[in-house]
Design a protein around this ligand. Structure first.
Ligand SMILES: Nc1ncnc2c1ncn2[C@@H]1O[C@H](COP(=O)(O)OP(=O)(O)OP(=O)(O)O)[C@@H](O)[C@H]1O
Ligand SMILES: [Mg+2]
Length: 120
């Protein structure tokens, strides 16, 4: 069984500190553990925090590909603040509508396969 802990920060409300909590929790956990941040918000605030806001990401370099096409998880090569990240961009916004109506896959399971390949 995997020893990797997966922590999701979610809240239906906007401005509820989801991104702030993820940044700070990740930063402190990274003092003792390996941390991979996965940005699932098309606003891409976490991606910007990891200094990739100005980077023109290709689709396959974002979480978009992994959750829509079940491609292997793309992890940005360079760690920042002791953490790695799977970035996102605004393209994810259209995906949210698309996958909502696609009943062939349980949406709660979409990250399970891509993440399963990077667990310890
Ligand atoms: N403990 C705190 N004390 C004061 N301000 C805070 C605290 N936590 C977060 N904030 C501020 O609240 C605002 C919203 O936080 P954040 O962006 O983390 O929320 P969010 O839930 O990710 O928002 P969104 O729904 O837009 O993604 C930010 O300006 C952030 O700096
Ligand atoms: Mg946020």
């Amino acid at each position: 069984m995997s020893s990797t802990k997966i922590i999701a920060t979610f809240n239906q409300s906007g401005g509820a500190a989801k991104t702030t909590i993820t940044q700070n929790l990740g930063y402190h956990l990274a003092e003792k553990h390996r941390v991979l941040l996965v940005d699932m918000d098309s606003q891409a605030s976490l991606t910007a925090f990891m200094r990739l806001g100005e980077v023109k990401l290709k689709t396959e370099q974002t979480i978009y590909s992994a959750i829509t096409e079940e491609t292997p998880l793309y992890i940005w090569e360079k760690p920042i603040y002791g953490m790695h990240i799977v970035p996102t961009n605004i393209q994810l916004a259209g995906t949210e509508q698309k996958i909502f109506h696609d009943l062939t896959i349980d949406n709660r399971q979409r990250l399970k396969f891509p993440l399963s390949n990077v667990l310890d």
